[in-house]
Design a protein around this ligand. Structure first.
Ligand code: HEC
Length: 168
């Protein structure tokens, strides 16, 4: 009679697992089953959905670009003393650890990581403003990308500041 007991226990276990799986799979997917628009999909009626007033970001938003395309971007921020002054603290926070306080590539991270480029050198200063701004946002082969931390406007201020470093 022992085996009857075993079979009953096994059947109970198996049906429990099965029911659990059915409930869980439904529960984990039921947020997916709702009326919604997929990106690029036309809403019923074919009219584009308008954003409620005030919900569009005033800044941010950036097209994906390659370094080559980025290099052709024009700097929309005139290098006024105000812009340079806005770039200075940002440079001190985000760039100086590697590129050094004066851009000479002698930041404290260099000896422990990989020495960063001297930003005042001719080869870098001859690059376009767009190139520098793109580099800040997307990083390089080794340099990390700072697009998540530094807004598009701030990047131009930093570029203007980096230019002022070379002029010294
Ligand atoms: C973690 C260290 C690190 C930080 C922080 C960093 N860089 Fe760099 N950067 C590098 C290294 C290393 C290179 C050279 C290798 C490469 O291109 O990835 C470089 C290269 C560059 C270049 C390319 C120079 C050229 O001639 O092509 C620019 C421009 C630049 N950095 C600007 C900046 C600016 C502006 C910041 C601050 C927003 C910054 N970097 C922050 C490490 C860093």
């Amino acid at each position: 009679m022992k085996w009857v007991f075993l079979v009953v226990v096994l059947i109970l276990l198996a049906s429990g697992l099965l029911m659990g799986a059915v409930v869980a799979s439904n529960w984990t997917r039921n947020f997916a089953n709702q009326p919604k628009l997929m990106p690029g999909e036309e809403p019923p009626g074919g009219k584009p959905l308008l954003m409620p007033a005030g919900t569009l970001p005033r800044t941010g938003g950036e097209l994906a670009r390659t370094l080559e395309q980025g290099s052709r971007m024009k700097n929309p921020v005139t290098p006024t003393p105000e812009s340079v002054a806005r770039g200075k603290p940002l440079y001190a926070i985000y760039c100086a650890p590697c590129h050094g306080p004066e851009g000479a590539g002698d930041g404290p991270v260099g000896p422990k990581f990989i020495p960063a480029t001297d930003l005042r050198q001719a080869a870098t200063q001859q690059k376009s403003d767009g190139y520098l701004a793109h580099y800040i946002g997307h990083g390089g082969a080794i340099m990390p990308a700072y697009g998540e931390a530094i807004s598009v406007e701030e990047r131009w201020d930093i570029v203007n500041y980096v230019r002022s470093l070379a002029a010294r």
